[in-house]
Write a protein that binds this ligand. Structure first.
Ligand code: FAD
Length: 384
């Protein structure tokens, strides 16, 4: 039997509009003071000092309890904060993962000691986290991770390699998914655990990996007899798979999945000017209508999170449609308003188009590939 996916409409209320005004005022002032430069794929761009100011202004961990430095607000408030930051093209990469998923993971599965040790520093923009899931031979098939953690006095010895880790070179910690017992062929999801790795401790080497644009975004981390103390184990030993899966609704549905190339759309509208041709007006109208529909779905998922639900399938569909939309933006822009020198010149529009074109292929891979998401959606719909 098939089940329908529903996205109950959610309206952002006066509290969220007040929050929007607060965030906009901060961003306008910070930008005017020369605090940051605007760009695309804001969650991949980082500025450690910007993250500190963002944290000190109270915009990190806003859904977390006040006793850890949060503001005890809802996921709808968080939606507005992240949407404004991304729409402004602010460099939010340094604190992004800690705010979006490491902090919530510690709130759900961490010990009280871990929460007190890490959450106030995350909120202050002083502790940055990265995601240590993928390995050289484990991406889509995450259950095949091989990095091992073996028992030793007072903790665990980690050996193996993580790969494609976004911004590990500027992060203080990684939440690593490791094998704490050998693969059980009857149930490959057993025997995995999550651990907080201090990336500045001995036994781990962080090596750069350059992306298509020639930028240092990813890393490879090689672990050799890295000692991890017991107090850095997150949740239960052996329950890593369930814990990792619960992170995915946070990871897949946010405004970052629909706004990665938004600056190209903004510059396209500027480039076309006040008197667009019919073709230009139609194309921009279509892109804008798609964006507003996706935004409605994404806000709806934030509402479900605010209600304490775990809308994993709904989030997967937002990511699939949203990242395909983000690819459409530069493709449409190139067709209706080609750059003058073909390869991308120096105007702001051309620069945005060039970076959007280079980053677009990665959007449907990171956080779960298109094919994997479609398999999940089919399962959620009862079709497989
Ligand atoms: C920009 C970016 C940032 C990233 N950041 C991080 C990070 O911070 N931390 C981290 O851990 N990882 C990160 N990743 C890695 C990302 O999660 C993996 O690249 C992704 O899960 C795919 O794994 P893979 O590269 O091993 O490809 P594979 O899993 O080998 O897939 C190759 C191709 O086969 C297809 N395929 C695989 N299995 C199936 C199947 N069962 N059915 C149909 N098709 C299938 C895939 O869709 C894909 O097209 C990042 C990736 C990118 C691009």
């Amino acid at each position: 039997m098939t089940a329908a996916l529903t996205y109950p409409p959610r309206t952002l209320g006066p509290e969220q509009e007040a929050m929007r005004a607060e965030v906009r005022a901060f961003l306008q002032k910070d930008y005017a003071d020369g605090g940051f430069g605007r760009g695309q794929e804001a969650m991949a761009r980082y500025d450690v000092e910007f993250s500190r100011r963002w944290g000190q202004a109270g915009f990190i961990g806003i859904t977390w309890p006040k006793k850890y430095g949060g503001r005890g607000l809802t996921f709808l408030d968080r939606y507005v904060v992240t949407e404004e930051a991304l729409a402004a093209g602010a460099p939010v990469g340094a604190h992004w993962v800690a705010d979006r998923q490491s902090g919530p993971l510690l709130l759900k599965y961490g010990t009280e000691e871990q929460r007190q040790r890490f959450l106030p520093r995350i909120v202050a923009g002083e502790a940055f986290f990265c995601i240590g899931m993928s390995e050289p031979d484990s991406g889509s098939d995450l259950a095949s991770v091989r990095m091992s953690a073996t028992r030793t006095d007072g903790g665990w010895l980690l050996n193996g390699t993580k790969l494609w880790t976004s911004l590990a070179h500027i992060c203080h910690y990684m939440i690593a998914l490791v094998r704490t017992s050998p693969v059980n062929p009857e149930n490959r999801h057993e025997g995995m655990s999550q651990m907080i790795v201090d990336l500045n401790a001995p036994g781990v080497e962080v090596r750069p990996v350059y992306n298509l644009a020639g930028e240092h975004h990813f890393n490879q981390e090689v672990f050799t007899d890295y000692f991890l103390p017991d107090e850095n184990v997150v949740g239960e030993i052996g329950a890593g798979w369930e814990q990792v899966m619960s992170e995915l609704a946070y990871e897949r549905s946010g405004p970052e999945r629909i706004l990665s190339t938004f600056q190209t759309l903004v510059e396209l509208v500027r480039q076309v000017g006040d008197n667009p041709s019919e073709v230009e007006a139609r194309a921009i109208g279509r892109l804008t209508a798609h964006l507003m529909t996706l935004r409605g779905m994404s806000v709806s998922v934030a509402g479900m999170l605010a209600d304490g639900k775990m809308p994993v399938t709904e989030a997967a569909l937002v990511k699939d449609l949203g990242t395909n939309y983000c690819k459409d933006v530069p493709e449409t822009a190139r067709l209706i308003c080609p750059p003058e020198d073909g390869a991308g010149g120096n105007s702001r529009y051309e620069k945005m188009l060039k970076t959007a074109t280079l980053l677009a292929p990665s959007l449907t891979i990171q956080g779960g590939t298109r094919e994997i998401l479609r398999g999940m959606i089919a399962r959620g719909l009862g079709l497989r």
